[in-house]
Design a protein around this ligand. Structure first.
Ligand code: CP
Ligand code: NVA
Length: 312
């Protein structure tokens, strides 16, 4: 069910290309206000946001809390022990309780179905702050960053190297709405979800390749990577250390891609595993700009999704 006012932000392809571009335009606007130290833009004045976390976070927690506050709102951080969603109380009860107090709910959860249940029972918009399945806010920040660095996003080649995880699913769902060339390069057995690859291909918008061949980075405008073992899956790391060797983003791989190639990582990074310290610290790396853009991109998302509630 959709909330009475506003829209949930659960998957990128829940939105049209025009709506995604509107979020990015609003992000650029909010970022310009931030850099101009313009304190007059307070569209979320008087609004509150509940932020549910069942996993750790630096960027998501701080960028949402700070970003919402800067635009006039107040955010309530709920750590993994406070609500114990699904353990102390069912998700559908928490949805109805929190949406009685707040104008928006941001949630970082393990199970994607739990997020969908939260959204189904919430009266107010629910924003996806990462699940085991996807991480759409991160991709909005990444697209904003690519637009800034390259001057455009459409048509560029993004080569994701590593585990076929929640980041990949969001890149794929983006590809169903905005045209670009997406290549997912992963070790055999670590490919992304088949249904999500099929969904992205069926949209017929973007060029999508899933391959085990690391040479496919050639000509990439962006090489993107992420941890080999995601939150909640750290016990898989020992096996992955054996399987992921040829898939480390190092200077040889960056050179193979070409001098135009920018390095991106959603962070936190395991230097020496999915990427080397030299690459993350190189001139080609924009990882901290990406991290900063989380705040602006999410403000753009919320400005779009809450526009019927926001002041000015
Ligand atoms: N990239 C990202 O979501 O970082 P956190 O896990 O620190 O929020
Ligand atoms: N794939 C990572 C992303 C962290 C931002 C994880 O889920 O842990």
């Amino acid at each position: 069910a959709a909330p009475a006012l506003g829209k949930h932000f659960l998957h990128l392809d829940d939105f049209s290309k025009e709506e995604l571009l509107d979020m990015l335009d609003r992000a650029k606007f909010a970022k310009a206000k931030f850099y101009a130290r313009d304190e007059s833009f307070k569209p979320f004045k008087g609004m509150t946001m509940a932020m549910i976390f069942t996993k750790p976070s630096a960027r998501t927690r701080v960028s949402f809390e700070t970003g919402f506050y800067r635009l006039g709102g107040h955010a309530v951080y709920l750590d993994p022990n406070t609500i114990q969603i699904g353990k102390r109380e069912p998700t559908r009860d928490i949805a109805r309780v929190l949406s009685g107090y707040n104008d928006v709910i941001m949630a970082r959860l393990f199970g994607h179905d739990d997020l969908l249940e939260l959204a189904q029972y919430s009266k107010v918009p629910v924003i996806n702050g990462l699940t085991d399945y996807n991480h759409p806010c991160q991709i909005m920040a990444d697209v904003l960053t690519i637009m800034e660095v390259k001057g455009k996003f459409e048509g560029l080649k993004v080569a994701y190297v590593g585990d076929g995880n929640n980041m990949v699913h969001s890149w794929l769902r983006l590809a169903a709405r905005i045209p670009y060339e997406f290549v997912c390069i992963c070790p055999p057995g670590y490919e992304p979800d088949d249904a999500t690859v099929a969904l992205a291909k069926a949209a017929g918008i973007s060029s999508i390749t899933v391959t085990n061949d690391a040479n496919a980075v050639k000509g990439a405008d962006v090489i993107y990577t992420d941890v080999w073992a995601s939150m909640g899956q750290k016990d898989t790391l020992e096996k992955k250390l054996r399987d992921f060797g040829p898939y480390q983003v190092n200077q040889d791989m960056m050179a193979l891609a070409g001098p135009q190639c920018t390095f991106m990582h959603c962070l936190p990074a395991e230097r020496g595993l999915e990427c080397t310290d030299a690459v993350i610290e190189s001139r080609a790396s924009v990882v901290f700009r990406e991290a900063e853009n989380r705040m602006h991109a999410q403000n753009g998302v919320m400005l779009h999704c809450l526009q019927s509630l926001a002041a000015n």
